[in-house]
Design a protein around this ligand. Structure first.
Ligand code: SAH
Ligand code: SF4
Ligand code: F3S
Length: 445
């Protein structure tokens, strides 16, 4: 078999980015090559996301583009990831251009299915390869994903989700929770550090529910943070229900664990929270915020919020609005409720909040959050933050960009001090916008 060239497009969350690297590793071992150029590819793979309507539509948009290419020449098209899992037959039947459909637990079968599809196409045969079964065990423990670039490296420590938040498709697309053997995780972390990565982000759909024998997430993150050569450890995405005191103590107390917690709120109204099946109420959530800040006042909090969940009234939305004011997040991801097929909410609650009302609520919350973020960032003026240098700033290659411990973006002029990506530098903040801190380096270290 000649080295067939594969082009991969990735949509969705960090777990999908990680899985793309995993797939790359699996394909490389079977002799496949890669190209950044879709036009020159023999195989185009789309690693898809199903979380909201928008993500879903983007994938269909890309499939339509590929149809045009496929009319002109041989091309094998594969759909991977969460849409593959969720839409199964539907995708193959209605989108006849899809040759291979592989869900997140079946990537080991991908090289074989692609080889079959390529052969079938060369012989002019109509052929579909499908592997969408979910597994209770697959963690790809023995596969080291290809992560060659960048300061940060990701490690998936658990996969799947058992929470069944009523709006969410993930438990259906990714199946049940399972955690990886901690020794394998630590080996992977050591390898990544040896390859020059400075920061490790532990990943999972519900990362802090990690449990393997008597290893819980607090023990795991501490063990990773204790590795020699590591500068920073982050984790995402946690659920508010899984923050025992030991984990809060680890985040607050360990020098290498970043002072940042993403704490998805979704809503701050108890009726809506209960309909969402989030398993906490407003008071319990605020108590957790208090516990975090009592341990360390500088831990940056960020969140996710959904506006316009079925039957949400203006007053109920106001509970969320007020809570966002009260907590004072550094940043928030704010979404319009998007009904997902087969979820509990789709089956039980009509999607009855008008689009215009959802949009209006999102706009108001985004405006509020912008003003809070700006205030929080302005409060940093005059302070010194330790920054891990990531690379060129987005807007100018004459500037460096890095992240603070609390995950704030920091930008400064390159000519001010000799640093390089992966280095730590102290920056005195002189100016701030809602998204970025600007400053000057004190001492490169
Ligand atoms: N497992 C993570 C992330 C899930 S997806 C967690 O629990 O935090 C990221 C965010 O997308 C969620 O926190 C939620 O705010 C949003 N989201 C999920 N399903 C959605 C839906 N059906 N409509 C709108 N937003 C949704
Ligand atoms: Fe979805 Fe809830 Fe699981 Fe997050 S915790 S992935 S929102 S079901
Ligand atoms: Fe999307 Fe699947 Fe991630 S639905 S957000 S790619 S877990």
């Amino acid at each position: 078999m000649p080295p067939y060239k594969v082009h991969i497009e990735t949509f969705g969350c960090q777990m999908n980015e990680y899985d793309t690297e995993l797939v790359r590793s699996l394909l490389k071992a079977e002799g496949f090559a890669f190209t950044e150029d879709r036009e020159r590819a023999d195989v185009v793979l789309m690693n898809t996301c199903a979380i909201r309507e928008h993500a879903h539509n983007r994938v269909y948009g890309h499939l339509a583009d590929l149809k045009a290419i496929k009319r002109q020449r041989n091309l094998v098209i594969g759909v991977l990831g969460c849409m593959a899992q969720n839409l199964k037959q539907d995708l193959v039947e209605n989108e006849s251009i899809v040759d291979v459909l592989v869900g997140p637990d079946s990537y080991r079968r991908l090289p074989g299915l692609l080889a079959e599809a390529i052969l079938a196409q060369e012989e002019g045969l109509d052929h579909r390869g499908i592997a969408v079964d979910l597994s209770e065990y697959e963690t790809y423990q023995d596969i080291l994903p290809e992560q060659t670039e960048g300061i940060n490296a990701w490690i998936a420590v658990m996969r799947g989700c058992n929470n069944f938040c009523s709006f969410c498709v993930v438990p259906y697309t990714r199946g049940r929770e399972r955690s990886r053997d901690p020794l394998g995780i630590i080996r992977e972390a050591e390898q990544l550090l040896a390859n020059g990565h400075k920061q490790i982000t532990l990943l999972g759909q519900n990362v802090n529910s990690y449990q393997y024998g008597d290893w819980d997430f607090a023990r795991l993150i501490t063990a990773v943070a204790d590795l020699s050569g590591i500068e920073r450890v982050r984790f995402t995405s946690p659920h508010p229900k899984d923050f025992p005191p030991a984990l809060l103590d680890a985040v607050a107390g360990h020098l290498k664990i970043c002072k940042h917690i993403h704490l998805p709120l979704q809503s701050a109204n108890d009726r809506i929270l209960s309909m969402m099946n989030r398993t906490y109420n407003r008071k319990e959530y605020l108590h957790l915020v208090e516990e975090i800040r009592r341990r360390h006042n500088d831990i940056a909090l960020t969140t996710d919020i959904i506006c316009g969940f079925p039957s949400e009234t203006e007053e109920e939305f106001q509970d969320t609005y007020r809570t966002v004011q009260e907590v004072g997040y550094h940043a928030a991801f704010i979404f319009k409720y998007s009904e997902r097929k087969n979820t509990i909410a789709a089956r039980k609650h009509p999607d009855d909040v008008p689009e215009a009302v959802k949009s209006d609520r999102v706009t108001r919350l985004v405006e509020l959050q912008k003003s809070i973020s700006l205030k929080k960032n302005e409060a940093m003026i005059g302070r010194t933050v330790e920054v891990l240098v990531e690379g060129d700033a987005k807007k100018s290659s004459a500037q460096w960009m890095g992240k603070s411990d609390g995950n704030l973006t920091v930008v400064w002029e390159k000519d001010q001090a000799p640093v390089s990506p992966g280095g730590l530098v102290s920056i005195r903040v002189s100016r701030a916008s809602a998204t970025t801190l600007f400053g000057t380096p004190l001492s490169p270290c």
